[in-house]
Design a protein around this ligand. Structure first.
Ligand SMILES: N[C@@H](CCC(=O)N[C@@H](CS)C(=O)NCC(=O)O)C(=O)O
Length: 199
């Protein structure tokens, strides 16, 4: 399998971390792509030109990160990262959606602020910041479980992206429960081995 990814993408980190947690990362070749100028081979696999995109053994292209993680979960034999049924499954998938949404808000905030087109007080920037703050508040009140699954991995990767792109946000000072949860879960190999590096 090939995983088209970019270093800074929190969604791609989530997939890489899930592959490590599932013990199948060695079956995946990483192929880096520049999403600002997507190459033809990425567009051929994914018309959205986004990462992560997985090319399965039979050449079938799979996206987005939630679908890739479900696919990888189905192809691993042990230690599933998605509970098979019941309340545990929906809690886990809901947490994944919360983490993915936190990434969406942070990536969009960086796009509007980074473009220099919108001031921080613009309604669009305020909307993304509001989603980030409310999600952190929610996590502070209902601290996630400490074990690794697709939900906790997604939240951890989203928080890692806040650290990477918004170091001045200092969310740990206002959300100590989330901070201690993040510090503990980040010790798992799947997260420590995929921690984003500043260029
Ligand atoms: N919902 C998608 C989001 C993927 C995404 O937006 N990736 C970004 C990189 S962080 C990207 O490829 N952006 C390029 C673009 O949208 O043109 C997922 O979970 O995989």
């Amino acid at each position: 399998m090939k995983l088209i990814y970019s270093q800074a993408s929190p969604y791609a980190r989530k997939v890489r971390a899930c592959a490590i947690a599932l013990g199948i990362d060695r079956q995946i070749e990483l192929v880096e792509a520049d999403v600002a100028d997507p190459p033809d081979w990425l567009l051929a696999a994914n018309p959205l030109g986004r990462v992560p995109t997985l090319i399965a053994e039979d050449g079938f292209a799979i996206f987005d990160s939630a679908v890739i993680c479900e696919y990888l979960n189905g192809s691993a034999e042990f230690l599933p990262i998605v509970p098979p049924s019941g309340a545990a499954r929906w809690l886990c998938l809901r947490l994944e959606a919360l983490g993915d949404g936190l990434m969406d808000a942070a990536v969009s905030l960086r796009q509007v602020q980074g473009s220099g087109m919108l001031p921080a007080e613009h309604p669009l920037a305020r909307r993304h910041l509001g989603a980030i703050e409310r999600t952190l508040d929610h996590l502070e009140k209902s601290r996630p479980a400490q074990h690794v699954d697709v939900g906790t991995i997604s939240i951890a990767c989203a928080l890692g992206y806040l650290d990477l792109r918004f170091p001045a946000m200092q969310w740990r000072a206002t959300h100590p429960q989330v901070a201690s949860w993040h510090a503990q879960i980040s010790r798992h190999a799947c997260l420590s081995e995929t921690a984003p590096q500043l260029a």
